[in-house]
Design a protein around this ligand. Structure first.
Ligand SMILES: [Zn+2]
Length: 214
């Protein structure tokens, strides 16, 4: 918990804490000026946002988050806001808000994605025919096995690992690239340990297709 910030009692313009303000509101953004505290992007006008009442040095006010960002990253707050029917407390209540179950789905997706990101490298069955091999540019057929490797990407002064999809026959070449963030040493063990829903037989066939790595 952050330490509460006391309002300055000597500042004449500082409003009294208005205890009748609700702790949460859900509303369509009344302008596009506020930034989401979670993703840092502007919240477009009319897009649903969650306001959390905070007490700052100049009094009380709301910090804003996209409702969807809040669902992904601070779900208990969203649950609380729904319990309060926080959209009914907005200055101009939105016509509709998503069902809480839809937001639960968003959270679960985010949790699954996060878990998956920790598991590079892994093999997975392509859920659609929309992805392409990042090494060759070839489309990856729906239902076929693809390998997810890590690639180093620079963001300003930071280097992060981003997942890339690669066709089995290009895994060796992709691992040899300069920006590869996946080790060749221990690759097979890591692939076996991290892949979900790929049985031993399919994994053996996949490793054969990948071929020797040196
Ligand atoms: Zn956001």
């Amino acid at each position: 918990m952050d330490e509460p910030i006391e309002p300055d009692p000597t500042a004449e313009d500082a409003p009294e804490p208005e205890t009748d303000l609700p702790p949460f509101v859900i509303e369509g953004a009344r302008s596009a000026r506020a930034r989401c505290k979670l993703c840092r992007k502007k919240i477009d006008k009319d897009v649903l946002r969650l306001g959390t009442l905070i007490e700052g040095p100049y009094g009380v006010g709301y910090i804003w988050e996209h409702l969807t960002c809040a669902a992904r990253r601070s779900f208990p707050k969203v649950e609380q806001a729904y319990q309060n029917k926080a959209w009914e407390l907005a200055k101009s209540p939105p016509e509709t808000v998503p069902e809480l179950s839809e937001l639960v789905e968003l959270r679960e997706e985010a949790v699954a994605k996060k878990a998956e990101q920790l598991e590079i490298p892994h093999a997975q069955i392509a859920p659609s025919g929309r992805s392409r091999c990042k090494h060759s540019g070839e489309p990856i057929e729906k239902g076929s096995l693809r390998v997810v490797l890590g690639r180093s990407v620079e963001f300003g002064s930071q280097t992060r690992t981003t997942p890339i999809n690669v066709l089995p026959q290009y895994v060796g070449a992709a691992l040899g690239e300069q920006d590869s963030a996946t080790e060749i040493d221990g690759f097979e063990e890591a692939l076996r340990a991290n892949s979900r829903g790929v049985d031993t037989e399919a994994m053996d066939a996949l490793l054969e297709e990948i071929g020797p790595l040196r």
